[in-house]
Design a protein around this ligand. Structure first.
Ligand code: G3P
Ligand code: CA
Length: 332
């Protein structure tokens, strides 16, 4: 529809709810996404991982030891394993060892209970959502509110999963097709740190894609020697051949000292939208809305930081606190 078509080229700065309203509800739950929508987010962000039977579910990591109650399920005790994912060794439980039906018997837990005790109140209440459920929520709430709400899925560790015979492309494209969203003007951005996954998707779909880049290191698929080299003018032009946007770690756009690096301007000149992550006042990391609202230093710092990024030329941003993001965006 015309309303859907506008959102990925929206004239206003996009507020992207990072893992939902994850500052106020356990991340990647329908409750976190729903609260983000309530607060006026333009997009909700599910990070995606795969189950043993190839279903896409919303978790930040395939290691679900901290973000679910799996450790409290004796029937899954023998699934505990040790895996190396993108160079980091984890011991615990992994989505690729569970069918979707098994995963649905688990309940979400707050990943940072010490920093976000308000979220831990909800432990045990919510299931792990599938991508299809996240899309259904965005569609239902768009219809109810009359405001277009898009989804911003991230493919997590595609080369790790591919090495285990699990592929993102087919189930992701099937879910988008099912939603009527496998098209260039869908209210969707698909993001990844891995270059090859995005390039492969670009050959199969016209859905907007976003290349994520971190302030250090290199893509895990080995497609570039470093993220830094991907940010040269030549590198940005190469990204613009398969992606609609760039998702940089925020310090690449405005330094921690508050200086504009010029990256947003250069990326825009290459034809890319620019969506930095993540605005969450981590130095304060105040867990509850009342406490954030009561601390002008925290809200002021966030609003100021977002305003600096807007002045630097970003076209959207990821935040754990969409209500603060909407306020800051509207005031910027
Ligand atoms: O997708 C942008 C940002 O979310 C990347 O970092 O680790 O929070 O998925 P992460
Ligand atoms: Ca993400």
């Amino acid at each position: 529809t015309a309303r859907e078509a506008g959102i990925t080229q929206a004239p206003r700065i996009l507020v992207i709810a990072h893992r939902g309203a994850s500052g106020e509800r356990p991340e990647h739950t329908l409750a976190a996404y729903d609260l983000a929508i309530e607060q006026g987010a333009d997009f909700i962000e599910p990070d995606l991982v795969l189950t043993r039977d190839g279903a896409l579910v919303a978790r930040h990591e395939n290691d679900i030891t901290q973000t679910t109650d799996v450790a409290e399920h004796p029937e899954f005790a023998d699934r505990r394993a040790t895996r190396t994912i993108d160079g980091v060794t984890h011991t615990g439980w992994f989505t690729e060892d569970f069918t979707l039906a098994e995963l649905k018997t688990l309940r979400a837990k707050e990943r940072l209970p010490d920093l976000r005790p308000g979220n831990a109140r909800f432990d045990g209440q919510f299931a792990v959502p599938t991508l299809a459920e996240v899309i259904a929520l965005a569609k239902r709430r768009s219809a109810e509110t009359g405001r277009m709400i898009g989804i911003y899925p991230e493919t997590k560790h595609p080369s790790y999963f591919a090495a285990r015979g699990l592929d993102f492309d087919a189930p992701l494209l099937a879910a988008l097709r099912e939603a009527g969203w496998d098209r260039a003007d869908a209210p969707v951005f698909v993001q990844s740190f891995e270059v090859d996954n995005l390039r492969r998707l670009a050959r199969q779909t016209r859905v907007p894609l976003v290349q994520l880049v971190a302030s250090a290191g290199a893509p895990a698929d080995g497609a570039a020697a470093s993220y830094a080299e991907m940010l040269s003018d030549t590198g940005l032009a190469a990204i613009a051949r398969y992606a609609r946007g760039l998702g940089p770690e925020k310090s690449l756009v405005v330094t921690n000292e508050g200086d504009d690096t010029g990256l947003a301007r250069r990326a825009r000149a290459a034809g890319l939208q620019v969506h930095p992550w993540t605005f969450r006042a981590e130095n304060y990391f105040l867990p509850e809305r009342d406490r954030i609202g009561a601390d002008p230093k925290a809200t002021g710092r966030l609003a100021d930081e977002i305003a600096r990024h807007v002045a630097a030329g970003v076209t959207g941003f990821f935040t754990d606190f969409p209500y603060l993001g909407v306020e800051a965006r509207n005031g910027a």
